[in-house]
Design a protein around this ligand. Structure first.
Ligand code: PEP
Ligand code: MN
Length: 342
């Protein structure tokens, strides 16, 4: 159910509708938009009869939301969400015509490694640095990440270079720490349907980057985001990172068609990760070009200064100099589409 407010409704009118909703044991999600505020209602088990709200001052109408996902949908919020990421060197905007680039290693391996990559990325002007301190690996014998020590390394990168930090949480315990140290909480493909983790991320005070599960349908992907939003965190970015298919020439099949499909259904920004999406270094540039051309709101790129020595995902990591070329190319493509790369 959705309560549509008049475009000139006051804050007090919005608040009073929210209070009424909450007094009925339901949850109210005010979603301010460009033209009007809508209030999404969740927490009901069956159909709702909230006709009473239509008599509240400032209310235009109450309408049922027809999609299984609600807060994520364009019905609730027709204009694009712009996620705002505060970083030491200024706010990074993602969505609504703002394209964000994020670069860095798959895993945080050492302070020297991260500082070297951060230093070499600096001239590219990228604002967001990625790197996993908690690595969900297929094999228990593979490098699992440095944990808290890795987060402290990322803190150094942030302090010395001013990057915003994007890093993954793999469970509730690591999410507490990631929330403390990072600027964006990444939820990885393997956890896209870890509902208790999604709910915990929904109570976090930081934006969430939700990666698509490797076999997730579009509805399942959007429902993952709905879990986060249902807890009150509306700063959610989606990220396509390739899905499993019969194709045998790449690690995953990067499903770029999901970008316009998401945009037809949701106001949330949709990013693309061509590194995991292909698994091969030489495919990262061409698919980055394509991702921006198809309308992606950002790119997540694995970059390593010594990819042959990387402890994870070296085969798909590009050099900082290659990232510089990529960044310049995608900026030109974005310009053609009247979009802006941060
Ligand atoms: C990553 O970004 O390093 C990662 C593990 O990605 P995914 O969850 O998409 O596999
Ligand atoms: Mn990786």
């Amino acid at each position: 159910m959705l309560v549509v407010m008049q475009s000139n409704a006051t804050d007090a009118e919005v608040r009073s509708v929210c209070e009424k909703i909450e007094s009925l044991g339901l949850k109210a999600h005010p979603m301010p938009g460009a033209g009007r505020t809508a209030i999404g209602i969740t927490g009901n088990q069956g159909a709702l009869d909230l006709g009473v709200l239509e008599s509240f001052p400032g209310v235009v109408e109450c309408i049922p939301v027809t999609k299984p996902y609600k807060l994520v949908s364009l019905e609730v919020k027709p204009d694009p969400t712009i996620v705002r990421i505060p970083t030491p060197s200024g706010e990074v905007l993602v969505g609504g015509g703002n394209i964000s680039l994020t670069a860095g290693p798959c895993a945080v391996e050492s302070l020297d490694q991260c500082l070297a990559i951060a230093e070499q990325l600096k001239p590219t002007g990228v604002h967001l640095f990625r790197g996993g301190a908690y690595k969900p690996r297929t094999s228990p014998y593979s490098f699992q990440g440095l944990g808290l020590a890795g987060l402290k390394i990322l803190e150094q990168v942030r302090k010395h270079y001013g990057y915003g930090i994007v890093t993954e949480a793999i469970d509730n315990e690591s999410l507490d720490l990631v929330e403390e140290y990072a600027d964006v909480i990444q939820i990885g493909a393997r956890n896209m349907q870890n509902f208790s983790l999604l709910k915990r991320a929904g109570r976090a005070k930081r934006p969430v980057l939700l990666k698509r599960g490797m076999s997730a349908t579009l509805d399942e992907f959007l429902m993952g985001a709905e879990y986060v939003m249902s807890e009150g965190n509306y700063q959610v970015m989606l990220c396509e990172r390739g899905v499993r298919t019969f194709s045998d020439f790449s690690r995953n099949t990067l499903d770029l068609a999901v970008v316009p499909a998401v945009q037809k259904r949701s106001h949330l920004p949709i990013l693309v990760d061509p590194s995991h999406g292909t698994g091969k270094r030489h495919k990262v540039l061409p698919l980055s070009r394509a991702a921006v051309a198809v309308g992606a709101d950002g790119l997540l790129i694995e970059v390593h200064h010594q990819p042959e020595k990387a402890l994870s995902d070296g085969m798909q990591s590009i050099l900082p100099s290659e990232f510089a070329a990529l960044s310049s190319e995608v900026q030109q493509i974005a310009q053609l589409l009247r979009r802006h790369v941060n």
